[in-house]
Ligand binder design. Structure first.
Ligand SMILES: [Zn+2]
Length: 281
């Protein structure tokens, strides 16, 4: 099942790569001895993101395809062929979802990678052919994330498999700072989850949508952006980024989407009982 939403002249498609019921709250939002999260309130509002009586995390992993008059931009590339061990052996479904929706991989003109974690770059390269999976696309990644992963003593395996081949094929563009990648489509620097993490802002005809990437990993973080997330590389920086981004989205009245929210992953920020909440749809 694919789903779409119009943001002005852009059409945004949700192309789920799959979901997994994680056995614990891997995000550790109660770090530093904070009060426990009242998950029931979030599960009631966004039931698709939870499972079981303890409201554990059903992690979705949605890729987005943004269509404009001349371009098709894929935002993040899921876990790939798999099996992906951290999502209970998930085998990604992005290509199948694209085929169902009638999108030929050859027609993708850009791939925007919010960051270079393995659950966001899995479909970048066709390892059987030894070539980029989207042959006519430029791939965009922040320069800082390139160095963040490639500069390690031991480069993570997923990076050598799915990102370094893009550079060798000459299709990888490294971004610096805030950048308009297409008219109305702006890469925002949102560091903390990784050093070079980016979000993508779409603006058209007075409407806006931020595809937040892993700045917001649960609807809970729209309400409580100051909570830590266990997998952020730099906790303090990630919290500052999250607080700033949620404030900006609310002030501008933009919609917000995120790959790990319940699919299709987009919604509005609404004010209820004096607090902000994410409301899907
Ligand atoms: Zn992720």
């Amino acid at each position: 099942m694919s789903d779409s939403i119009d943001i002005g002249a852009f059409r945004v498609w949700a192309l789920p790569d799959g979901a997994a019921d994680l056995p614990t709250w891997a995000m550790n939002p109660d770090l530093d001895g904070g009060d426990p999260v009242t998950w029931a309130a979030y599960a009631e509002r966004a039931p698709g993101g939870f499972h079981g009586p303890d409201h554990l995390w059903r992690i979705h992993n949605t890729c987005f395809l943004v269509e404009s008059a001349d371009d098709r931009v894929l935002v993040d590339l899921g876990v790939g062929v798999g099996p992906y061990p951290w999502y209970q052996g998930l085998r990604g479904s992005l290509l199948a979802r694209m085929a169902e929706a009638g999108f030929d991989p050859d027609t993708v003109t850009q791939v925007f990678l919010t960051h270079a974690h393995p659950d966001h770059v899995g479909w970048a390269v066709d390892e059987e052919r030894g070539a980029p999976r989207f042959p006519n696309a430029r791939y965009r990644l922040h320069r800082t994330d390139w160095h963040f992963f490639s500069g390690r003593g031991t480069v993570p395996k997923h990076f050598t498999r799915f990102v370094e081949p893009l550079a060798r094929a000459g299709v990888l563009d490294l971004l610096d700072g805030e950048a308009e990648i297409l008219p109305g489509m702006t890469a925002l620097e949102t560091p903390g989850h990784t050093a070079g993490h980016m979000s993508l802002l779409l603006r058209s005809r007075g409407e806006g949508l931020v595809i937040a990437g892993d700045v917001l990993n649960s609807p809970m973080y729209v309400t409580e952006p100051e909570r830590p997330f266990g997998s952020d590389a730099d906790q303090a920086q990630a919290i500052a980024t999250r607080v700033r981004l949620v404030e900006r989205i609310a002030a501008e009245g933009w919609r917000v989407a995120a790959p790990h929210f319940p699919a299709p992953g987009w919604g509005a920020v609404v004010l209820e009982e004096g607090r902000r909440w994410w409301r899907g749809g």
